[in-house]
Design a protein around this ligand. Structure first.
Ligand code: CMC
Length: 435
């Protein structure tokens, strides 16, 4: 929403000014539009990491980093975590409203029906080395979906967009579980559409043809909760990657593959794997102060994984929910193996939160700090942690993509740069280049 409020920027050298219109959202800081800045002052803005730049209008997710709140389509994450389930949250993120019962039944049925993947695509798995990281496989096979679903890649057609969205949400658990099965040399388990979304994934992940398999409802609920908490997080690196990739009109399968690549990094989705590696490297709580000291030492590149966030300057609300869920899950599963790790994490959090370095920089546990302990307790191997994030976040990427495709202001993403290289110079033939 724009009103008559403007911001004036003046170049103190030339005295030239430009007046820029301010827009106000439902919540959060106001923004002023930079369109007209170059025309008025002949300048661009410089904002590494886009820390001060709103790249789009969005009505999907809102984060208040100072308050520690997270809303999906206006609904607080705490309420969704307590009362909803992952597929209902998918519906909410995609369509903007909570579904009526008939709409929800239809949505579940559609997602169920699309869970199989083409056999040709499944054969791709054989081409990967036995020890390939499942995230490497995911980048490849999700991108390859576009080769199998040509019939739905006309991004200008709303029906194509919707069917692509359904296909991706439905097939992601099948592709994810298959990447794990490949890495352990077990046969791929096909989806069973009589099961719910999360139960189906757990079965594809852990069942083997030689034994019966029953889904543990405690594990299923814990995983469903994790997936709700990871479903969307507004314009983070991977969502922005999906938007930027698809701003050229690229198909959504290829764009989501780009998002997966971005998520893989340890500063983003790869942090859940890095947190557990870090916790496993600590033999006893006595070593915790030493680790905290390393994280503060600027001559050491080590960071406390699962701590800090670009937006949250408060406790990440998702981390609060996950910490409680960790408690409940370990008690319910009677998991003695994972309890020591949880205790180390609690001690690490306690010491860090009392430390001036972390207090001054507002560094709190983020979603990844406790999520790895839950995944470990569920028997998910470390190399699959970020794949679990992919599965949960697919709906967020797709919702962001669909919103972008409907946005009349959408243009190809094309940032500017501050060029600091050589001035123009002439080419010297190789035999004339002296020392
Ligand atoms: N351990 C130690 N120091 C830290 C940490 C940390 N985990 N995080 C930030 N800092 C320090 C940083 O060194 C800097 O100090 P100074 O002002 O003295 O230079 C200050 O805090 C600000 O950090 P920044 O790197 O400028 O902040 P950012 O917004 O660019 O980075 C972050 C955010 C999440 C990448 C970063 O906090 C980090 O690397 N955390 C560890 C990795 C992690 O847990 N990532 C998961 C993020 S949540 C899930 C997701 O998005 O996927």
């Amino acid at each position: 929403m724009s009103d008559d409020h403007t911001v004036t920027i003046t170049d103190n050298r030339t005295g030239k000014s430009v007046e820029l219109p301010v827009s106000k959202g439902t919540h959060g800081a106001q923004v002023f539009s930079l369109q007209g800045l170059h025309e008025g002052l002949g300048m661009f803005t410089y904002d590494p990491g886009y820390a001060a730049t709103a790249s789009c209008r969005s009505s999907i997710t809102y984060i208040d980093g100072d308050e520690g709140t997270l809303l999906y389509r206006g609904y607080p994450i705490e309420q969704l975590a307590e009362h909803s389930d992952y597929l209902e949250v998918c519906y909410l993120l995609l369509y903007g409203e909570l579904p009526q019962p008939a709409e929800m039944n239809k949505f579940r049925e559609i997602i169920n029906r699309h869970s199989m993947v083409n056999e040709g695509l499944l054969r791709f798995y054989d081409g990967f080395r036995y020890d390939a990281h499942p995230m490497a496989i995911m980048v490849g096979v999700v991108g390859a979906l576009s080769a199998f679903y040509h019939d739905s890649t006309d991004v200008t057609d709303p029906y194509h967009r919707e069917i692509s969205a359904h296909r991706m949400i439905a097939k992601m658990p099948t592709l994810a579980a298959a990447s794990y099965k490949h890495s352990v040399g077990q046969p791929i388990i096909y989806p069973d559409n009589s099961l719910g979304y999360v139960d189906n994934f757990l079965r594809m992940m852990f069942a083997v043809p030689s034994e019966p398999y029953e889904v543990n409802p405690v594990a299923s609920r814990a995983l469903d909760l994790m997936m709700i908490l990871h479903a969307d997080h507004e314009q983070n690196a991977s969502a922005s990657t999906v938007r930027l990739a698809s701003s050229s009109g690229a198909n959504p399968f290829a764009s989501v593959a780009a998002g997966i690549a971005s998520l893989w990094g340890p500063a983003h989705g790869g942090a859940n794997e890095a947190v557990v590696q870090m916790l496993e490297s600590i033999e006893s709580v006595k070593q915790v102060p030493e680790l905290v000291a390393r994280a503060k030492d600027k001559s050491d590149s080590f960071r406390l994984m699962g701590f800090g966030h670009r937006i949250y300057k408060q406790y990440d609300p998702r981390a609060k929910i996950i910490r409680q869920s960790c408690h409940d899950l370990l008690n319910e599963l009677g998991s003695t193996r994972d309890q020591p790790l949880f205790e180390i994490a609690l001690e690490l959090e306690r010491i860090a939160l009392e430390d001036d370095y972390f207090k001054e920089r507002n560094l709190y546990p983020n979603v990844d700090f406790y999520s790895g302990i839950i995944l470990r307790a569920l028997g998910i191997p470390l190399s699959m942690f970020t794949v679990m994030f992919v599965m949960s976040r697919t709906v967020g990427w797709i919702a962001q993509w669909m919103e972008m495709m409907d946005d009349p202001e959408q243009r190809i993403g094309r940032p500017r740069q501050l060029y600091v290289g050589h001035s123009r110079r002439d080419y010297t033939p190789i035999d004339q280049r002296g020392d």
